[in-house]
Design a protein around this ligand. Structure first.
Ligand code: NAD
Ligand code: IPM
Ligand code: MN
Length: 355
């Protein structure tokens, strides 16, 4: 029997409570399927670990993670440790170190999900945002000179390499072709006169290899407006690291909330493990109350099942999430219910057992 080795990093705040539910679901899926199982290794890394050890992960943490088939992460960041320390020491270190340059973030309105938009149905919000995940505005390039002085200067440089830009755009064209969908590139070449002019050129250049794909090009400000006013115009979306970060929180808001938004950090070459996580943060405002919504973590578990070669189970988990929301009996407070995090996990398992 195939045993998948999964590195679990519950992390901070609500991370552990939502991840626990995703793990319960994965374990039940494996039992129901019978042909594979999971072996989880739990890593206690995060802000508490930092306060004890002055580092976010073990010295040889990346080498330990590399031994696994996939990584399942809760959330990172908590008051008491500066965010740029905690995130660069763990989440971003993994995304970059394992060259997980594709960030797949579905913005899909499932049946039963709360939607704040008027006259919008499930068929109107069904996109996949493909976010560049390794460089761009989050390359970490910059400097801070004359700190605290009147002549202080701060640089935060966007880094767009030909290799990095081409590979994410080509990946998006391939997905559009495979799924028979349109592809929208979101950039900002009117103001970002180097990086985004380059991005748009590469989008055109790579597009010559894909004459069968219908493409659109949007400025990010207008695209944000259309996400709200007319989301159905977007199918496959490709965009830079920063724009993808912002647009997918907006996407979450129109498609059920932060408690439902999932993301997969993929190293397409399979040289390193890929990482699956909810896109929300550690939500310190509700941490430890057993009322966080675990559906985003469970949706990212479904992405993990797709990635490991069991898309039929990925679809079933998604169908269970949908059934739970349609049923409406067990929901966390962010979705208007009074269920607990754990109860939502149990209900998903019950629904899976009935499928
Ligand atoms: P956040 O996503 O943690 O929370 C934003 C709002 O959404 C909060 O009101 C929160 O209660 C709510 N929310 C988020 N997830 C929820 C869930 N599953 N169920 C119910 N409600 C949920 O964003 P933030 O407050 O800006 O950031 C908090 C911390 O998390 C910061 O340290 C930040 O850097 C970090 N962060 C980490 C990640 C990650 O690990 N992937 C992502 C985003 C933010
Ligand atoms: C996300 C998060 C991270 C990002 C932060 C915490 C570094 O907001 O995954 O969306 O910007 O990528
Ligand atoms: Mn984000």
């Amino acid at each position: 029997m195939k045993v998948f080795k999964i590195a679990s990093i519950p992390g901070d705040g609500i991370g552990p409570e939502v991840l626990e539910q995703g793990i319960r679901v994965l374990e039940r899926v494996a039992e129901l399927e019978g042909g594979f199982s999971f072996s989880f290794t739990h890593f206690p890394w995060g802000c508490e670990y930092y306060l004890k050890h002055n580092k976010m992960m073990d010295e040889d943490g990346m080498a330990q993670l590399a031994q696994h088939d996939a990584i399942y992460l809760g959330a990172v960041g908590f008051p008491g440790v500066p965010d740029h320390i905690s995130l660069w020491g763990l989440l971003l270190k993994i995304r970059k170190g394992f060259d997980q340059y594709v960030n797949l973030r579905p913005v899909q309105l499932l049946k039963g999900a709360p939607c704040p938009l008027k006259d919008v149905g499930t068929e109107d919000i069904d996109m996949l945002v493909i976010r560049e995940n390794s460089e761009g505005e989050y390359a970490g390039a910059g400097d801070r000179l004359f700190q605290g002085q009147p002549n202080e200067v701060v640089l935060q440089t966007g880094v767009f390499s030909r290799k990095g830009t081409e590979r994410i755009i080509r990946y998006a064209y391939e997905v559009a072709r495979k799924e028979g969908k349109t592809l929208s590139s979101i950039s900002k070449a009117n103001a970002l006169n180097y990086s985004m002019v380059f991005w748009d050129e590469i989008f055109q250049e790579v597009g010559k290899e894909y004459p069968d794909i219908t493409t659109y090009s949007y400025l990010v400000d207008a695209a944000s407006m259309f996400f709200v006013k007319d989301p159905k115009r977007f199918q496959i979306v490709v965009t830079s690291n920063l724009f993808g970060d912002i647009l997918t929180d907006l996407g979450a808001a129109i498609a059920g909330g932060m408690g439902l938004a999932a993301g997969a950090n993929i190293n397409p070459e399979g040289k390193y493990p890929s990482m699956f996580e909810p896109i929300h943060g550690s939500a310190p405002d509700i941490a430890g109350q057993n009322k966080s919504n675990p559906l985003a973590a469970i949706w990212s578990a479904s992405q993990m099942l797709d990635h490991l070669g069991y898309p039929q189970w990925g679809r079933k988990v998604l169908a269970a999430i949908e059934a739970l929301m349609v049923e409406g009996a067990v929901l966390t407070p962010d979705m208007g219910g009074n269920g607990t995090t754990y109860e939502v996990g149990s209900e998903i398992i019950k629904l899976l057992e009935k499928m």
